[in-house]
Design a binder for this molecule. Sequence first.
Ligand code: SF4
Length: 860
Amino acid sequence: MTDPQRGRPTTNAMRRALRRARDGVTLDRAEAAVLLQARGEDLKDLAASAARVRDAGLDAAGRPGVITYSRKVFIPLTRLCRDTCHYCTFVTVPGKLRRAGHGMFLSPDEVLDIARKGAEAGCKEALFTLGDRPEDRWPEAREWLEAEGYDDTLAYVRAMAIRVLEETGLLPHLNPGVLTWTDLQRLKPVAPSMGMMLETTATRLWSEKGGPHHGSPDKEPAVRLRVLEDAGRSNVPFTTGILIGIGEDHEERADSLFELRRTARAYHGIQEVIVQNFRAKPDTAMRGMPDAELEELAAAIAVARHILGPSARIQAPPNLVDAEYALLIGAGIDDWGGVSPLTPDHVNPERPWPHIEELAARTAESGFELRERLTIYPEFIRRGEPWLDPRLLPHVRALADPETGLAKEGAIPAGLPWQEPDEGFTSFGRTDLHHTIDTEGRTGDRRNDFDEVYGDWEALREAAAPGMVPSRIDADVRQALGQAADDPTKLTDDQALALLHADGEALDELCRIADTLRRDVVGDDVTYIVTRNINFTNVCYTGCRFCAFAQRRTDADAYTLSLDQVADRAAQAWDVGAVEVCMQGGIHPDLPGTAYFDIARAVRERVPDMHVHAFSPMEVVNGATRTGLSLRDWLLAAKEAGLGSIPGTAAEILDDEVRWILTKGKLPTATWLEVIRTAHEVGLRSSSTMMYGHVDQPRHWLGHFRTLARLQQETGGFTEFVTLPFIHTNAPVYLAGIARPGPTDRDNRAVTAMARLLLHPHITNIQTSWVKLGTQGAAEMLRSGANDLGGTLMEETISRMAGSSYGSYRSIQDLVAIADLAGRPAKPRTTLYGEVPAERVAAAEASDGHLPELLPVLEG
Ligand code: SF4
């Protein structure tokens, strides 16, 4: 398609690509690369079709003929950075800052001074721009943060964003560079939007010596794409974009745009895309490089518009375009980005922003009206939760026009408290769901926001496809069985995989080997615990695609228990012999950061000897990020409040490839491990779990077992491993046609047996779940390596909402009967597998079988 003589596309290729753009046909990468080279008349043709796409999008958004901008101040929190991009003039070094009489960071007074002046001038956005984690490179930055009492740069960003909200009312937009999933959780409650330019997907510009991104760890395209994905998963309205003319070729530029489209489609979280042109700066390594021409920029904008479609918001910074406003409007932009009447563009200081009046006049010349927007786009304000944290709602409402979602005419920001919502623990909704799920059932098989909260199902289907291909089994099963019987700790990965695929007689033999090992290690007792599950809320916006429990606040099945109701349930459980309450809930945006401490305390105050087994790693991260505490400090505080151990749930499959299909906003594998490791280190033991039978494969189970075994060798903190067969009936990922309908009987037996063998000798208790497998199924697992039946539960909502048909309560007699079926004795245990006091055993036996009458449903 390219004319080799001139390195330009052939006339035919250009004509064909232009026609397809004109006809609104989806472009492929090669066509996009051709169109990026359109100039002169070709560019006019391309721009005209792009502008039509933009106009259709503005019509659909309810603001035809409007081009937006955000009135902002620029807060360069620190100009130190651990990266060394060769074109950057923003970055500096500690010596220079010192010589100029500046601190390593702007002081709080300096930050607030800028923000206050901005508020007075009618600005509504505080754009925090700063270098990437300067403390990793500069001791001076580290010392400054330590002296001021901040763990890291992001802790300072968070604190300053809160002060700006509280003291000036400006809305922070955070640009702190590469962020991890946990960083995004930490910052989301303090900023309605965040951003990071993708710049380019051309890895060679980063990996090759002399490339503009060489030596800058945060500029690796894969790292930056991961940030975009994590932002989408975390429901953060996100600004990103490409930087053109830094040495990428047209294919690479096209590829960057397609990657942006992929992420935007998958999570619907990209609120705007900036197409920015490289401008050489005199004092940088790339000073000799020619500036990207404006026609080149216009072509990139038009191609971006065609690729990203009418609903994308596309922006070009007006101070970098040499007053060629008409050219860029004509190419399909609909936003000028942030413009400041007050502060310079610290990234491009040589190029002042135009006066807003001038920008309005020039925009009008192209037939458009310039309107002010907020840093968060109207579409995201309208979506509300989970895109806008309830703590930011008052600040956004004060400045947003209720009709359009754009900035309210003439509004002057004023500081408002940044605080937890008041409604946190109000008893609300269907608080009897744990009971009525069995009598009345669910109100509907899916939540109201089924099409929105889980991301794009079609994009997911493509991602899930490769995971569906079964792996090959190379090893000989006979030989692997021999090794398993001899010494399972020496099973190779190939042998283990072969056994995970075992069927028929080989599977029978595998289960016999696991059963023998079980007997040798823990004896014949089938243990169980008298416990009550308390799911204190089912309101959750995380978007786990396997979860049928989570409800939107306004769904008919949504509920939240009050603290009193939680304590009442714990007290009732104690009366009927429980030694433990197991408490988990949704990630409810209204629950205050200290909610988990309050819940543990409420139980322990009412029932001092009750063991509190509570809060999944996802809830731990939520608590820590909301309170601004480190994981360790949060866990210590929770322990202090009465937490006894944590469930190792939220593990699903510890493989990010599978996790991202299965969950949307949940914590990554590395963070799950970090939470569990830290919990074990502070003396909070945990269970471990695996949910299987959805989009996973035996190789994922193997990896999961190996990961758990390694961590157990390190900490010794796991009490048990719990197998959790996927319940498909109401699971969104199944309803969308992506997941399998749960594991087969074969899968259940193979997983249980291999858990016994692969976790040996590190984790000795293997639990099977009667809730998910029923009586016969659980007995079968007891013959395949399991030794524990879990709890009596008393109430259970999560599996029941997913469609499990095995009820919410099993009496001790029921559990004894399951053990009996396996020909073994049953024995009660505590959470940590200790002896149960005689008085507890007596209380449990006295009430056994009558719980539904003894534990009347607590009405809201
Ligand atoms: S599994 Fe937990 S975090 Fe995920 S959606 Fe369900 S309730 Fe929310």
